[in-house]
Every structure is written in C-alpha cells, then in structure tokens.
Design a protein around this ligand. Structure first.
Ligand SMILES: NC(=O)c1ccc[n+]([C@@H]2O[C@H](COP(=O)([O-])OP(=O)(O)OC[C@H]3O[C@@H](n4cnc5c(N)ncnc54)[C@H](O)[C@@H]3O)[C@@H](O)[C@H]2O)c1
Length: 555
C-alpha cells in the first residue's frame, strides 16, 4: 500500500467536460501528489493538524460558529473539527429543501436530459474511484474514522465504484422505464411512470461511512429527487470528500445539501422542511421515533440481530468456521449484518467448530485493525451485558470476554476481544431471558447455541420472535432442510447453502430487511426504484369521440 501527499486547502473545481476532465487528472503526467477534489491529507490528520468538515447548503460550502471536535478512535487525539449546525442554524436547510417541488428536479416529462447527466456523473465518479490513489485515499479515510482492516474499508470503496459503473451511460434512464397498456377505446392508453418525491432526506449511521450514504444519495438523485444528506458526524468527513469528488465529476452544486448536526437538530429539520420521503439507516429506536414524527413518510434500514443456522449436514468445517469468524468479528462486529446468534445442529456441536472459530478470532489484532474500537458501546457496557448473560442457567463464556490490552483507544469507545457466549436454547426461549439474549450489541459479540434433531421448531420459534429481519444464513446443502427454514422465516437478505454468510452487501444483490412495509433496500435497480420513486399513472384519453355520440342517461 503506497502513501501519497495531498495539497491541503485545494477546493472543489468547477465540473469540466469530456477529455479535459480526464486529462485534468492524468496520473502519469501531472502531480501524483495531489487529488484534485480533496481538501484533506488523510495521513496528516492529527491533533496538531486537525481536519475540518464543512456543510453544503444552497450550493455553498459553509463553516459554522460551533465546531464539534472528534477524538481519534485509536489514540484519543482531537483530530477532526466538524462544523455543527444547531437548531438556530437550520433555516437555510429548510428553505433549500422547500424550494424543490414535489415533482422533483427531473422526471420523464421534465428535464429528461438529467437522467443522462447522472449516467455521465456516475461514469466519471466510477473512473475516479478506480484510480489507485483515489481508492487508497477513501480507504484510509474510512479507516481513520471507523477503524476496520484495510481490506474491509477497501471493500466499501469497491462496492461504491462498481455501483457507479452499474449506473453509467443509459442505466439511469432505464431506472425510470415506463410501461403502457392499451385502453378501452381509440385514443385511450394508460402509462405507468416512476415519479420522484421531490424534497427528500437521507440519514445514515457511522459504520459504513462511504457505501451507505453514497449509494442511497445516488439512488435518490437518479430518480429526480433533491436530497439533504446527514451522515453520522463521527465519520462524515468521508462523505464530505465524496461530495467534492461528485462535484468534480459534474454534480450540480445545488442538487444536494450536506449537513452535520446532532440527531435532535436533524429531527427538527425534518419536521420543519417536511421532506416527502426520508430514508433512515440506523437503530430501531430512532427509526421508530421518526416513523411516528414523519407520519409514515419514511423507509427504514434498521437494526440487525442476524442469525445463522447450521443444518444437519456437516462438511467443510474449516470454511464454515472461517465464515463464522468473518461474519461475527470483521469490522469488530459493527456491521448491521454481523452474525449475532449462531444455532448449531447437534452434528456440528460434536465437531471442533467452536474451537476453530476461537482460534480464528484470536488471530485478530489491533495492529492491522482486524479488531478495533467499538464506536457506540463502551467496554464496560459490553462486559456488563456479558455478565447478565452469564447469569442465565447453563450459559458459559466460550471465548473472549476481556478488554483489549495495550492500546490507547479513548474510554468513550469500547475495546473488547472477540467474544462468544453459549446460552442453552430452552433458556433463550424463556420470556424473561429472550429480550436480553436478543439485544443487538454492536460490537465483536455473539451468542452461540445448539439444537437437537427434533428441536428445529424451537429454533424457528426463536427467529420468528425477533423484531428485526435483516440478514440470515442457512448453512446446509440439504434441500429439504433449506426449504423448511426458508419457508418458515422472513429475513430480507438470506444466504442459503454450504457457503452461506450473514454479511456481504455488494452492489449486485438486494440488501435490506423484509417483513416490514417500511423496509428499504440498497444497491440494485429494484432497491432504487422502490425507495426513491413512486408510481404515477397517466391515462391518455385524447379521442376522437365516436361518431353520433349523444349524452347518455345519468348513472
Ligand atoms: N439495516 C441496515 O442496512 C443498517 C446498516 C447500518 C447500520 N444499521 C444499524 O444502525 C445501528 C448503528 O448505528 P448508530 O448507532 O449510528 O444508529 P443511530 O440510530 O444512533 O444513528 C443513525 C443516524 O441517525 C441520526 N439520528 C439520531 N437520532 C436522530 C433523530 N431523532 N432524528 C434524525 N436523525 C437522528 C444519527 O445522528 C446518525 O446519523 C445498528 O442498530 C445497526 O444495526 C442498519
């Protein structure tokens, strides 16, 4: 992995066209030391040289009178200053959103050229992200604010790059494909169109600083909406730089507002600006509040308490153990799709699967960020949860359960070893323990249990009672077993088969919860159309009237 320097203070350039756009960022001839859109040098951000994150409203980047200082999650240095908008400063954002009509910035009858514009922007942005120094820039920036291994952070950049490639050229206009049905008489035809909502809001969490906001933002824009984007301030520097890249690739500067604020201020903006649709990705607690506040005009990607069921056919033990380790502990367990509960068939309990998972988990280390800080739970909170679980009869610590040692992660964040706790199935199902055992701990933490051949209905009962149905894995190549588990469950993204995993949200398949009419999706054309457009039917009825038509009797 090579390092490079970026000139501090370089501002976003005006969009340029065609060849000149490409040659203005020609790696071989011009400076390999600069990234033309970037305003930060990822390797230089530190307590002595803190980076600044700005807001964008009505086409202008703005600072703020109050700056929120972030601590480096690896050493506690105050390393990023975020221009925080407080409740007194929301008016420009409310006004900007209110200016956008309900019929959007474009639709099939208004400025259709913009569908092509977004195909072009996507092609250019995909090209930029494919350049090694740009992809390294974003990968490292992600690592600085949401510490995860280089490979995991790079994965976000690659998914975003592929997604942008997917929606290059004419693919944006194909998203707005309409259909027509012949009518009842000459001159009548009905046409179904994908229509934008107009002013919309996007709220995203800390754990995927680039992939989630970038994919949802582009989907919103493709369909003709004007979004206000709010990313968790802890990581918003990544998307701030991505906004600058998009401007560089031709995104009109007043198409998107970008805001840094706390949740309360954002809640107020939503109530005052009244976006026609809000996409919320985050915890179920906030999701449920917003669903009420916004009177249902919302789509949700909320909490994940994701399960994996190992079926009766034991095979490829090493592979299954490796996937379990990746699913539970990559990104320190801070994926919404992380494996939270593992159900092992008794045939698997007789193998050395658990000790293999433990050995793999023990390879993880802070040096390469294969384990790292937990940003929303402290060490004490996770250990306290563990001791409550260990009071359940028959439960035991399988491995982990200790704080990480020899680190300088500040105490506002958590730092524990990858942890697995065994809880007997019968105990999990008891009314007063169920809630405790199925609480989502957004860290390197999983529950393991086992079941006997005739206890599959109990396993299915346990997963039926969960409130979030995001991802799941059924690890078996027994078609009857797969059929039974899939037919009796609902999770929106379910992997089935020997190689099944719970994590993995590439751009090539739908990712989102099921079983909830508010459920959103991300990544695919279906997800974009569902989340970011509504159906509009235009019934043409132009005549002519039948010859000798007369006014009929009233009906
Ligand atoms: N389903 C998915 O695709 C998905 C993806 C990633 C994360 N998640 C979930 O997100 C959670 C972890 O993220 P988190 O702790 O940052 O979530 P969170 O709900 O605390 O915050 C998410 C975002 O909402 C904002 N926010 C908080 N209160 C708000 C309010 N009242 N009005 C408007 N905005 C508000 C936050 O500032 C942040 O930007 C986990 O539960 C995880 O499972 C889900």
């Amino acid at each position: 992995m090579f390092r490079f320097l970026v000139c501090r203070g370089v501002t976003a350039r005006a969009p340029q066209e065609g060849l000149s756009w490409f040659s203005s960022f020609n790696l071989s001839s011009r400076s390999i030391h600069s990234i033309p859109f970037a305003t930060v040098d990822v390797e230089e951000i530190s307590g002595s040289q803190p980076a600044e994150v700005h807001n964008l409203v009505q086409g202008k980047w703005k600072g703020s009178s109050s700056w929120n200082t972030l601590l480096d999650p690896l050493n506690g240095d105050p390393f990023i200053k975020v221009a925080d908008v407080d409740e007194a400063g929301i008016q420009p954002y409310v006004e900007s959103l209110s200016k956008c009509p309900k019929h959007g910035l474009h639709n099939p009858f208004k400025e259709p050229e913009r569908y092509l514009l977004f195909g072009d922007i996507s092609a250019k942005a995909a090209h930029m992200l494919s350049l090694p120094k740009v992809s390294d820039f974003f990968t490292r920036l992600i690592q600085r604010v949401a510490p995860k291994s280089y490979q995991q952070a790079l994965g976000e950049v690659q998914v975003t790059q592929k997604f942008l490639e997917n929606f290059s050229g004419d693919q944006v206009r194909f998203l707005a494909r309409s259909f027509g049905i012949p009518g009842n008489h000459l001159g009548q035809q009905s046409h179904g169109f994908r229509w934008p909502y107009g002013p919309v809001a996007i709220i995203t969490p800390f754990n995927f600083p680039l992939e989630i906001p970038a994919l949802q933002l582009m989907g919103a824009l493709y369909m003709g909406n004007k979004p206000i984007l709010k990313v968790d301030s802890k990581v918003s520097i990544v998307m701030e730089q991505m906004m600058r890249l998009l401007h560089y690739c031709g995104l009109p500067v007043d198409d998107v507002d970008f805001i840094n604020s706390d949740g309360k201020t954002m809640n107020k903006i939503l109530l005052e600006a009244n976006p026609r649709m809000t996409l919320f990705t985050g915890s179920s607690r906030v999701a449920d509040k917003l669903a009420v506040d916004l009177k249902g005009r919302i789509k949700l990607e909320d909490a994940g308490f994701d399960w994996k069921i190992l079926g009766p056919d034991v095979q490829e033990e090493d592979y299954v153990a490796w996937i379990c380790d990746q699913d539970a502990y990559a990104c320190s367990g801070q994926k919404c799709s992380a494996q939270s509960m593992l159900f092992m068939h008794e045939n698997w309990s007789r193998t050395s699967l658990v000790s293999k998972i433990r050995d793999l988990a023990e390879r993880r280390n802070l040096g390469d960020l294969t384990i790292g800080p937990v940003l929303t739970f402290t060490t004490e909170a996770m250990l306290e949860h563990m001791s409550k679980l260990l009071q359940i009869p028959g439960s035991k610590l399988l491995f982990g359960g200790e704080p990480l040692k020899n680190h300088s992660i500040p105490p506002i964040y958590g730092a524990i070893k990858p942890t697995a706790i065994y809880v007997p199935l019968e105990e999990i199902l008891k009314k007063n323990t169920y809630e405790l055992v199925t609480r989502e701990i957004f860290g390197p933490f999983q529950i393991v249990t086992d079941y006997k051949r005739d206890q599959l209905p109990m396993v299915l009962d346990a997963v039926e009672r969960m409130h979030a149905h995001l991802t799941a894995a059924v690890v078996s190549n027994d078609p009857l077993f797969l059929q039974e588990v899939i037919g009796n469950t609902v999770n929106g993204t379910t992997y089935a088969g020997l190689r099944a995993r719970t994590t993995g949200a590439p751009q090539n398949h739908w990712f989102g919860p099921a079983g909830d009419p508010r459920g959103a999706g991300i990544g695919t054309p279906e997800a974009i159309k569902l989340v970011w457009s509504c159906h509009r039917e235009i019934i043409y009825d132009v005549g002519p009237l039948p010859r000798h038509w007369e006014i009929p009797p009233s009906t």
